[in-house]
Design a binder for this molecule. Structure first.
Ligand SMILES: [Zn+2]
Length: 387
């Protein structure tokens, strides 16, 4: 089946065959390739589907408003308790519904972090499933790594990797094992990093609110205070390079940003979740000035209102307007994410050979204002192009 697609505001045509874009060019030229195939015209913008650089699909049964929390640790404890109370309930239908809704609204690919291997792996192949590991004690690290790496070893490294939860919940040796396992397989390593001030205090001194979390969740635990920031700490362990996806990085100083610039890691910024859980947002202006790659993620339904990437993009742009152009924001959520994930051949742009994961955005304005519209007014109006 060959389709030809045209947006009304340009003379560009896209020819699709069996779900793959086979040609992009002047409509009159490429339409010939489509031959007798179906021609569809859209009165607005045709965009590549967005890439959600950080989410947890397995938390889709929850709503952020159900966790009235005094601080981040309080939120984590409430979330963990809610998950435990739902252990006997199959979260599958809620996860599949949330993913489908996000796709209908224009997300084409997910970096999906989670602990339930079977559930998450069953959610399809338009995701990198990052199988998240937790274990602060060195004594249990080897066991955790052996078990989890055996499961992931049998999978495609482009679709499944191991992930580090955070510096306050994973031991140095477990972090290093996960990183070298992923490096050997060529996979991206995801880590929550510098999300809250409590994390900074804990990594620096081994004190503060995180100890309450560990006392409650782990009981007997050991941690050697690093005396440095979380970024310096994980960098000294060899965690940071151009295959590492650092999530959040809200509380990062100039030295941290210099380190990340040198290492070439990307940062997944989740503005709505950060506002909810710490009341602060990351220093994106400094990231961009120093040349750190910034991607955009929604985080989960437990800390963000939805998994709609166009809504996340709008929040990101309204927060950093003046620092970023709408084109930059849009690129972060499409091509830059695909490039970092090593998937420009499949996602993140409208070009020959890529998967025809396309979004229609009704729009009647000027061509010059289209990116501004995508970053401000498109949320809630985007529609997946069905092929
Ligand atoms: Zn997360």
């Amino acid at each position: 089946m060959v389709d030809s697609i045209r947006g009304m505001h340009s003379d560009i045509g896209i020819v699709v065959d069996d779900g793959i874009i086979i040609e992009v060019g002047k409509f009159s030229d490429v339409a010939k390739i489509a031959g007798k195939g179906e021609v569809r015209e859209f009165d607005g913008i045709i965009s590549p589907a967005l890439i959600n650089a950080h989410t947890h699909l397995e938390l889709s049964s929850f709503r952020k408003d159900q966790f009235h929390h005094a601080d981040f640790v309080d939120w984590v404890i409430k979330l963990v308790n809610a998950r435990l109370s739902m252990m006997s309930v199959d979260a599958g239908p809620d996860c599949r519904r949330a993913k489908r809704e996000a796709e209908e609204r224009g997300t084409g690919y997910f970096v999906n972090v989670g602990n339930d291997f079977e559930l998450n792996r069953s959610l399809g192949d338009n995701q990198l499933f990052a199988f998240e590991q937790i274990g602060i004690n060195e004594s249990s690290s080897e066991k955790i790594f052996t078990r989890s790496s055996e499961i992931v070893e049998a999978t495609n490294p482009a679709l499944t990797a191991l992930a580090v939860h955070a510096p306050y919940s994973v031991s140095p040796s477990l972090m290093k094992s996960i990183k070298s396992f992923n490096d050997r397989r060529g996979s991206v390593t995801s880590i929550h990093l510098s999300e809250t001030e409590d994390e900074l205090e804990f990594v620096m001194s081994g004190k503060g609110r995180m100890t309450d979390l560990l006392n409650q969740r782990v009981g007997k635990w050991r941690f050697n205070p690093a005396g440095v920031s979380p970024v310096e700490y994980v960098d000294a362990l060899g965690l940071l390079d151009n295959k590492t996806l650092c999530v959040h990085c809200v509380f990062t100083n100039d030295e941290d940003i210099d380190i990340m610039t040198k290492r070439g890691n990307a940062i997944a910024v989740c503005v709505r979740s950060n506002r909810e859980l710490s009341g602060c947002v990351p220093p994106v202006e400094k990231f961009l000035k120093k040349g750190v790659k910034v991607l955009i993620g929604t985080d989960s339904r437990a800390s963000a209102p939805d998994l709609d990437m166009f809504a996340e993009v709008a929040s990101f742009y309204s927060e950093f307007r003046g620092v970023v152009t709408p084109e930059q924001v849009f690129r972060s959520a499409t091509y830059d994410a695909a490039e970092f994930l090593g998937m420009t051949g499949a996602f993140g742009s409208i070009s020959a050979g890529t998967i025809a994961s396309l979004v229609y955005v009704p729009y009647g304005g000027n061509r010059e204002d289209a990116f501004e519209y995508l970053a401000t007014g498109a949320q809630g109006k985007t529609i997946k192009v069905k092929l």
